[in-house]
Design a protein around this ligand. Sequence first.
Ligand code: IPE
Ligand code: IPE
Ligand code: MG
Length: 247
Amino acid sequence: MDLKSKIVQQNLPQHIAIIMDGNGRWAKQSGQPRLFGHSNGVRAVREVTEASAELGIKYLTLYAFSTENWNRPEMEVMGLMSLLVDTVGKELDTLLKNNVRLRSIGDLSKLPNSTKDALERAILKTKDNTGLTLILALNYSSRWEILDAVNKISKDIRNGFLPGDINESVFSNYLSTVGIPDPELLIRTSGELRISNFLLWQLAYTELYFTDTFWPDFSRQHFYEAIDSYQSRERRFGKTSEQLETS
Ligand code: IPE
Ligand code: IPE
Ligand code: MG
């Protein structure tokens, strides 16, 4: 059965976030170094980005490097950083061709200059694109993001720029995801059942989808399966089913 044709356009998530996990274990299965897993994960990134653009999804957020990932062996960290430079450089033309706008969340200031430059260049070049917004979470952690927002808020209060109460909408404006709607669907690959410091505020009412597939094996069909699962769920937001039926 062609899963793509099952997808209901009227009930498409606007924003899908993905914790791309399992590259290391995927490589280990075939006796390869962990970095081999990371470079093979790029194919899945390309496939999911293309599929999102085709379906008309507006935002796709990919967790590419967490604040905690600095604790990995230096060789792996450096390998990941140069893979990022390489990939962003190689994919830039395709992003432009497919009308994809690149954005990032996370503290880019701590990234090596070459990685930061490649990223900033691609963000600038794609800034006027109007199709899919592809958001890379890099040196990102949700607790960092929340504390960063709190510090900015307290500074603005001290300087008299923020007179009123802080409500959800004011707070959201201080997060790195400002202007981006919360994800309706979160996918995590590789069988791990945790959030790993990702989008803690934004995931408040997100539908969670976990699959055992390792990220380098994740294909369009797996992506459609996740969307199909999302579309079969009832999102109640605290209400009862009966209330939803009558509204
Ligand atoms: C995800 O795969 C990629 C990053 C965290 C950068 P992992 O490298 O975490 O792979 P496993 O979880 O060790 O298999
Ligand atoms: C989460 O994966 C971070 C990314 C996918 C970039 P990890 O593999 O680092 O997560 P934990 O540490 O196992 O929870
Ligand atoms: Mg992992």
